[in-house]
Write a protein that binds this ligand. Sequence first.
Ligand code: SAM
Length: 164
Amino acid sequence: MVRENEIRPSEVAVEPPPATDAGLVFIGRIYSPWTSRLKAPRQGRQDGPLCRIEIFDPWVPALDGIGRFERLEVLYWLHLSRRDLVRQSPANDGSARGTFALRSPVRPNPIGTSIVSLVEVNGPVLLVRGLDCLDGTPLLDLKPDRTLFTPIAPPQPGDFETGD
Ligand code: SAM
């Protein structure tokens, strides 16, 4: 069952400290086919509908080189989420789990992440598949999928550390 902003039986809300933005800036906006939480996918799929990511000035030059990656990791701000639940009941069946044991959009810092397939880059606009967010969701960051990325900077000692 999808939540709008209600609290369900067995869920627990807390009084959160006043929100601060931790210095985050929204670097763009995501345009998707979904205008309702009741209809958005719970997790994006690689064969899902095309979504458009628009990057704001002055961040457009930061896209240089992104086209060489088949998949990207997208981080976004689930701006319509409540942020005060520590126990949640995704099935609304009387049972609850801790927020950090879930990928629910309801969290103290409502950051969502998806791995998307990059279809096209056209100036400040990217077309991707694999998102699950509502139309108009603010964009926090883009990175190459870590499984496709080889660090460009030289290795550091920590790269070779294992075990204790
Ligand atoms: N893939 C991300 C993750 O795992 O971090 C997000 C998963 S979350 C379960 C996806 C759901 O968040 C959608 O089905 C929708 O109900 C909700 N959602 C999407 N965009 C949102 C937004 N901008 N604000 C609040 N809720 C949103």
